[in-house]
Ligand binder design. Structure first.
Ligand code: Q46
Ligand code: ZN
Ligand code: ZN
Length: 311
């Protein structure tokens, strides 16, 4: 297989684009395509301050690398969940990010260790709240911290490394259940609907997972291979496998599934994609909430550590 641009040996072959590229041209193509995606969906511009949520995985580190490379002002946010799972998951994640920063000393990283800040790690919180898997308390906690750090740091945009495989799997799940509320909110860009909620963007939403992995590898980014131990065997991963089978039979299936959805949405199929309406402001943290009093995040911690104040 030869590079379409120079004829040298290709290292990445993207069947769905009918495009094979050598290392040099792939490392040009990937950031240029990211930039096109950013512009197509009007994600942000050079005036924005972007907070990149980093987990130490390939997608988030590749995203931070690309946005920095493209000249955007970025800061990183690592949230220490306190998850071990026999693989030192959280510790390893932080180590990979710190290693990434060794060669990029100009970048600023915010670190929020959940246990140090709020008193319990995510698995401990889930146990106290008698939740089985910690994913629901984890999602709520991470969303809150991301919005909080973005607001405190004057960041207008919150960027996450979700790739096409992630987006297509979630879309598949929501479609199987016709969860129109979730479908309406699934988008490359979620505008800010409150000063304390940053605009959310997913600049890698059109890249296959193997494309972000190839970029990270070719850029020499050392990332954590292990998934969060609680993600193993979850339904989204099962849907990823199903979609991989479809993709193997018919290259481009995931991309067209996702892009056709975005087109249907644009045509108004699911109504306006608003985040849940924040009619009230939380008495403790100030973030918008749909009920008066405390927001879901503060209520969650109030139930286990009544004296907690916003850090
Ligand atoms: S929600 Fe669940 Fe993830 Fe949190 S506990 Fe791990 S798997 S990290 S995307
Ligand atoms: Zn080439
Ligand atoms: Zn609150």
């Amino acid at each position: 297989m030869k590079c379409r641009k120079c004829g040298r040996r290709a290292v990445v072959n993207m069947r769905h684009h009918r495009l094979a590229l050598c290392k040099e041209h792939y490392l040009e193509w990937f950031p240029a395509t990211t930039q096109r995606i950013i512009q197509t969906y009007k994600m942000f511009g050079p005036q924005d301050r972007i907070l990149v949520a980093v987990s130490g995985g390939k997608d988030s580190l590749a995203l931070w690398d690309v946005l920095d490379h493209l000249g955007y002002y970025t800061e990183g946010l690592y949230i220490g969940l306190g998850i071990d799972g026999g693989v030192r998951y959280s510790e390893q994640s932080r180590e990979k990010i710190e290693k990434f920063l060794e060669t990029r000393p100009h970048l600023k990283l915010h670190v929020v260790e959940v246990k140090e800040t709020y008193g319990l790690s995510i698995p401990e919180l889930a146990r106290k709240r008698r939740r089985g898997r910690p994913c629901s308390v984890c999602g709520l906690t991470r969303r809150h911290i991301m919005n909080h750090v973005a607001y405190e740091g004057d960041c207008t945009v919150l960027a996450t490394g979700h790739n096409l495989d992630d987006e297509a799997a979630v879309l598949f799940q929501n479609t199987l259940r016709w969860q129109t509320g979730y479908l309406a909110r699934q988008a490359p860009v979620l505008p800010s609907i409150h000063p304390r909620l940053a605009r959310k963007v997913k600049p890698f939403c059109r890249f296959y997972e193997r494309e972000t992995a190839a970029y990270a590898l070719l850029r020499g980014i050392d990332y954590i291979y292990d998934e969060c131990p609680y993600a193993v065997g979850n339904t989204v991963n099962f849907y990823k496998e199903v979609l991989n089978k479809l993709e193997a039979e018919s290259p481009g299936t995931k991309l067209s599934f996702y892009l056709s959805f975005l087109r249907a949405k644009k045509e108004g199929l699911f109504g306006p994609g608003q985040e849940e309406l924040g009619l009230y402001e939380c008495e403790r943290c100030g973030q918008p909430t749909s009920v008066p009093g405390l927001c879901a995040f503060c209520r969650q911690w109030e139930a286990v550590t009544p004296s907690l104040e916003e850090a």
